[in-house]
Design a protein around this ligand. Structure first.
Ligand SMILES: [Zn+2]
Length: 196
């Protein structure tokens, strides 16, 4: 009887254990399912991340292409801009050269005009000098004629015995004697500064 009970207990225990085992297995399966589920989610998340990364890469590639296009355009426009700049510089240089030439021409013209003016002035001066000389010569001739015509000869002057001057009148104290101008000049007398 005891044996039967023992056997029964053993069986019961065995069944219990088996049951537990089953239960454990079931739990394990459940756990594994959850894990799989979680992994699925993780995979989905990873897929989403990958998709996002792919989009990012695509976007970056687009940007890169756009940059390349911009760069290419820049390279194409750069020589054109440089050409424009060079042409502008050429224009400016030509303008400067033209202005310099104009300035030089104006300066040369001014110098030529100044030279001409100076020549004219010199010619006028020479003419004026010539005319003045002619006038002077005429005046000299007239004066000479006047001197000759003046009645100096026989003009009466007054002289003293010891004085070195001759006078037009009794000039101061002393004895003044009348004489002709020729006589006074012949004696080496000079005109009195008071009288003449
Ligand atoms: Zn005098």
């Amino acid at each position: 009887m005891k044996k039967i009970i023992k056997l029964g207990l053993v069986l019961t225990l065995g069944l219990f254990i088996t049951g537990c085992s089953d239960s454990n297995a079931s739990e394990t399966i459940s756990s594994q399912s959850e894990t799989i589920e979680a992994q699925k989610l993780t995979n989905e998340e990873q897929n989403a991340t990958i998709s996002s990364l792919e989009k990012t890469i695509e976007s970056l590639e687009k940007d890169k292409k756009a940059d390349e296009v911009t760069k290419k355009n820049g390279e194409e426009t750069a020589p054109a801009a440089l050409k424009d700049q060079q042409e502008e510089q050429k224009k400016v240089q030509a303008e400067q050269q033209r202005k310099e030439q104009e300035t030089q021409a104006a300066e040369e013209k001014r110098i030529a005009e100044e030279k001409q003016a100076e020549e004219q002035r010199l010619a006028q001066e020479a003419d004026a000098a010539k005319q003045a000389a002619e006038v002077q010569a005429q005046q000299d001739q007239q004066q000479a004629a006047q001197v000759v015509a003046e009645p100096t000869q026989g003009q009466t002057v007054y002289i003293t015995a010891t004085g070195s001057k001759y006078h037009t009148h009794k000039c101061g104290n002393g004895v003044y004697n009348p004489a002709t101008l020729e006589e006074a000049q012949a004696r080496g007398l000079t005109p009195c500064s008071k009288c003449y």
